[in-house]
Structures are given as C-alpha cells and as structure tokens.
Design a protein around this ligand. Structure first.
Ligand SMILES: CC(C)(COP(=O)(O)OP(=O)(O)OC[C@H]1O[C@@H](n2cnc3c(N)ncnc32)[C@H](O)[C@@H]1OP(=O)(O)O)[C@@H](O)C(=O)NCCC(=O)NCCS
Length: 161
C-alpha cells in the first residue's frame, strides 16, 4: 500500500457506491490507516493490507488479520477481507486477488486455517470465495448491524492443503 492507495480508499469510503452495498457502514475515517502506513507499511506479524493491481493500476485492496477460536498462541487463524473500487468489479479480479492472497499466506505464514465471512446476500463475494477454494461452514445469524438492520453472515474457510 502507498499513500496514493490510501487516498483512493478514502474516496471510496465516502459513499455506498464506493464501498459497495455490503461494506457501507456509514462514514469512517482512514486516519488510523495513514498512521499505520507511516509506522509499519501496513504489514505486520498480526496482519496486513496489500494493494490489488490490474492492467497497471490500483483497483482495490486485500486485508488479513489474526483471529482466534481459542488461545491465540495455539489457535490463531487469518481472517481475510477484500474491496475493489467501483468500476473494477465483476471482472474476475476479486477471485484472482483472494486466490493469490490465500497462496501468499500459506507460503509465508504458518496458518492452518484462513477464514472469511461476508453478507449472506453478497453473491459476488460468496462466489469469489468459493472459486478461491473456500468452503461454506455456516451462517452467523444476525451477526452484523448495517444500514438499520441486522444481517446474516456466511462464514467460509480454506485449510492448509
Ligand atoms: C465482492 C468482490 C470482492 C468480488 O470480486 P469481483 O471481482 O467483483 O468478483 P468476480 O468477478 O471475481 O466474480 C466472482 C463470481 O461472482 C459473480 N458475480 C460478480 N458480480 C456479481 C454480482 N453483482 N451479482 C451476482 N454475481 C456476481 C461472478 O459471475 C462470479 O461467479 P462465477 O464464478 O459463478 O462466474 C467485489 O465485487 C467487491 O469488491 N465488492 C464490493 C466490496 C465487497 O462486497 N467486499 C466483500 C465484503 S466481505
């Protein structure tokens, strides 16, 4: 990620079209992201953010952060997230980016499990996860408050081959 990527992300976060309907949580600042970019390049042992490029230009980002189903020292896994800029969706980039991120994380970390969740109605992300090797584990009922309502979330994972 570069300062330019964060600027693009900031613009995207100004509107529902910018984030996509399933990522619109109202207005949220990117100040903390800028601070972290200066401090650690947004790449630490606990997670990171990478810019997604296509045809020579930045088109979005992938993220991962440590999560745990027990003691973090022994039961840690990665949760991943993705967001493409408006105008670059629906062209296979989200599938390719998440496929590449999974390979990268299994190559460079000791994770046994990589998980992701998305709105149960987010067909594009659900398909992109499935095409990237993720399997559906279940539905987290009313897990997320967004735009005046609770939304079920679909939980997916991929295990180290
Ligand atoms: C979700 C997202 C990452 C998916 O990436 P993408 O590049 O748009 O998706 P792809 O082109 O790789 O398509 C993946 C699958 O979804 C389908 N798809 C794409 N857009 C779709 C849409 N709007 N409605 C229904 N299906 C759609 C594709 O046909 C493909 O299915 P297939 O493999 O059966 O042909 C991207 O659309 C995005 O950033 N959206 C906004 C932010 C967001 O929702 N992030 C995820 C939140 S957890």
């Amino acid at each position: 990620m570069t300062a330019r990527d964060v600027d693009l992300w900031e613009t995207a976060r100004e509107s529902r079209d910018g984030t996509g309907a399933f990522q619109w949580f109202g207005h949220t600042p990117v100040h903390a992201v800028r601070r972290r970019l200066a401090e650690d390049g947004l790449l630490t042992a606990d997670g990171g953010i990478l810019s997604v490029w296509h045809d020579g230009e930045p088109v979005g980002r992938v993220e991962w952060w440590a999560s745990s189903w027990g003691r973090p020292a022994t039961s840690s896994c990665w949760t991943i997230g993705v967001g493409l800029l408006d105008g670059h969706r629906g062209r296979g980039i989200g599938t390719a980016a998440q496929t590449a991120l999974v390979a990268y994380l299994f190559d460079h970390t000791r994770a046994e499990r990589i998980q992701a969740w998305t709105d149960a109605l987010n067909v594009a992300e659900r398909r992109a996860l499935e095409r990237s090797g993720f399997e559906l584990e279940g539905i987290v009922r009313r897990g997320q408050w967004r735009e005046g309502a609770w939304h079920d979330q679909a939980l997916y994972s991929v295990l180290r081959p």
